[in-house]
Design a protein around this ligand. Structure first.
Ligand SMILES: Nc1ncnc2c1ncn2[C@@H]1O[C@H](COP(=O)(O)OP(=O)(O)OP(=O)(O)O)[C@@H](O)[C@H]1O
Ligand SMILES: [Mg+2]
Length: 545
């Protein structure tokens, strides 16, 4: 009896110890699961991809819930798509797999908004759409939990096992808690991804604009700029003023339409010529308002229109020249014959007149003036393109040599130094040598005239091959630079006008450059000019190769 009581007491004690151990084990398991959920929540951040998220949870989960297939799928435009899965290499039910809504277990979990357990899939009386595929990857039991955010399902979390009855009803709570936590993380990552994508799209659009596009605040600080690499934005904001960094107005803010737009609150557009570089900018300023309808910033769009304006003025110039040329050509033809008679007859009489004769000087004057008039007419005819010139291969170095040979005496007698820098590798161009010489002679004579009264006058003439920034193709050029008086913008804008001259009547006809421009254009080229009052000028003849 004593023995029995002792035995009974021992069994009771054993039982109690077994229960306690079980309870402790269960509690430890629950604790581990809670710890894992917390750890997962901490380690997932919004910048992670779906693949990185599943990698982060896959390993710690194995210690608390066994699985052979782990995946999550998300609702996207009415479709349920598997976004990440373990094992990764598995194609069936892997990343990108679409689970159609009719008769699918994850869909059921989503619809019911609760975990769904399948203990023996292969022998389940109800067949689901994915069962065949589960069998192919040897999954016999599964647990599906909806991913809920604010009680709205965004997808499902799925565990699969190669054993039947691998999951118990007790695993429900853990899987649902895990799914709730993951749902928040995945949703945040998804939203962050969407925001980043649209931000990136906007930035790319912003950067794709070839012109300058920037955002300034009311104090003219640049907040954003589409070509950041060109700008060093100073974070303390002091050096970020647009008129220092971008300086389309050359520092003169009164030229900027943004000033006007800040005052009036409506957009403003203005064409501004940079005071020193002479680059012409079309500047548009568009006011930006904050949510309280207060003007807080300005979007400024700057477009370099120098080439466009130059082409427009050259077109205008050509049209004008064509009209004047036509008229002049008619007059020139009419004058040619009487002038030939005047020069010829004056020459005849001169030959018969003694140079001591009192009329000799007058006759000489008649002949000289006649010849000068004939030269003008010749120029007019060239200008009107009445003269036909044949084209052939021409070396620009030869053009330079001949031009210098013809007029170097006139230049050197004025004590002007000539510096010649010809490129040996310059290719020949198709053109008319005489006409090209005419351009260079005119450049040189103009340079000589600009050096009148300048001590240490110097003319540099050079040839070379360039990458023409206007056509973005190779071109050849002859450049004549002088350190003469230069031109102010008022004169510079008129030099190609026929008959425009600043020289005395006897010295200049004002046709030199307009004729030169006409010749350059018939050769498919152009003339570029850079000049600074008091410092000198550079005339470049640029011809396509
Ligand atoms: N290198 C230069 N430096 C300064 N001014 C120049 C230079 N080249 C041209 N110019 C200005 O351009 C004007 C027009 O030049 P253009 O060659 O067309 O006529 P011109 O030299 O006056 O007369 P011509 O018909 O005899 O050439 C000149 O009168 C002068 O004011
Ligand atoms: Mg001239």
């Amino acid at each position: 009896m004593v023995l029995y009581r002792e035995a009974a007491a021992k069994t009771q004690k054993d039982l109690a110890e077994g229960d306690v151990r079980k309870i402790i084990e269960e509690l430890t398991r629950q604790n581990n699961r809670m710890a894992i959920i917390q750890q997962i929540a901490k380690s997932i951040n919004v910048e992670m991809t779906y693949e990185e998220i599943i990698d982060e949870v896959a390993t710690p989960l194995r210690s608390v819930l066994s699985y052979d297939l782990l995946s999550f799928c998300l609702l996207e435009k009415g479709q349920l798509i598997i976004k990440a899965s373990i094992p990764k290499e598995q194609e069936i039910l892997g990343e990108g797999w679409v689970l159609h809504s009719n008769n699918s277990a994850p869909w059921k979990a989503i619809h019911d908004k609760r975990c769904f357990l399948r203990q023996d899939i292969w022998h389940d009386s109800h067949k689901y759409q994915e069962d065949e595929h589960l069998r192919m990857v040897n999954i016999k039991s599964a647990i599906m939990a909806p991913l809920l955010v604010n009680n709205e399902a965004i997808g499902a979390l799925n565990f699969g096992s190669s054993k039947t009855y691998a999951y118990s009803e007790n695993d429900f709570i853990f899987v649902q808690q895990l799914a709730d936590q993951l749902a928040v993380c995945i949703n945040n990552a998804r939203l962050f991804g969407e925001v980043s994508r649209s931000k990136r799209e906007w930035e790319e659009t912003f950067k794709a604009v070839p012109d300058k596009l920037f955002l300034i605040d009311c104090s003219f600080n640049v907040l954003r700029y589409n070509k950041q690499e060109n700008l060093l934005l100073d974070n303390d904001g002091r050096e970020n003023k647009c008129y220092h960094l971008i300086a389309c107005c050359g520092g003169d803010r009164q030229l900027c339409p943004a000033v006007e737009a800040f005052k009036t609150g409506v957009s403003a557009v203005r064409e501004v010529t940079h005071p020193s570089t002479r680059v012409i900018f079309n500047i548009s300023a568009y006011p930006a308002y904050n949510e309280n309808s207060e003007l807080c910033a300005m979007v400024v769009y700057v477009n370099d229109v120098t080439t466009k304006r130059r082409m427009e003025s050259q077109l205008f110039q050509s049209a004008k020249l064509a009209a004047i040329g036509e008229m002049a050509a008619g007059v020139a033809h009419e004058l040619n014959s009487p002038l030939t008679a005047i020069i010829g007859n004056a020459g005849l009489i001169l030959r018969k007149t003694d140079c001591k004769d009192k009329h000799y000087r007058l006759l000489e004057d008649i002949k000289n003036c006649g010849q000068r008039s004939k030269r003008i007419i010749q120029n007019l005819l060239t200008f009107a393109r009445q003269d036909s010139y044949s084209f052939g291969p021409v070396s620009l170095n030869d053009v330079v040599e001949t031009s210098l040979y013809l007029i170097s005496y006139q230049i050197e007698k004025n004590k002007i130094a000539i510096v010649k820098k010809t490129s040996s590798s310059i290719p020949v161009v198709m053109g008319n040598k005489l006409q090209l010489e005419q351009i260079i002679i005119n450049f040189l004579l103009n340079a000589r005239d600009a050096l009148e009264g300048v001590s240490e006058g110097r003319i540099e003439i050079c040839t070379g091959v360039i990458e023409d920034p206007e056509t973005e193709s190779p071109a050849v050029m002859i450049r004549v630079t002088d350190n003469g008086r230069g031109m102010d913008p008022g004169i510079l804008s008129q030099i190609f006008n026929p008959f425009f001259t600043t020289k005395e009547k006897t010295k200049g006809t004002g046709l030199g450059l307009s004729v030169s421009l006409g010749i350059a254009q018939t050769h498919g080229g152009r003339i570029d000019v850079a000049s600074e009052p008091g410092a000198g000028s550079t005339f470049s003849l640029i011809l396509p190769v």
